[in-house]
Unconditional design. Sequence first.
Length: 115
Amino acid sequence: MISLTPRAADRLRETKSEADGEMLRVSSCCAGLRYVLEFDDSTQPGDIVSESQGTLVVVDEASAELFGDAELDYDEARGAFSVKGPRLVSGQCACGSFRDDAPGARRTSGAPRTT
């Protein structure tokens, strides 16, 4: 399951508006080399819901398999989130849509999107 660092939880609270969903959905591409963070109000069949640092985190089954026990952090200097975990590998994903430039870290922009 994905845990949040205090820094990531703080950044999520800063970026979340009242119109955003109540849960943070974390999903990945085919090999876990690219991920999406978005606020969501609903769950889908097979979703796994957990709580970390006061935030409800939703992960679909396939992404949960890829992430394992991963940690979501926020790097203020880069203005980006990163996901680090023992099951995540660096390189190119099978779908060819992601280029990794930092082994062990997956990046997204500084604010999750709203669904």
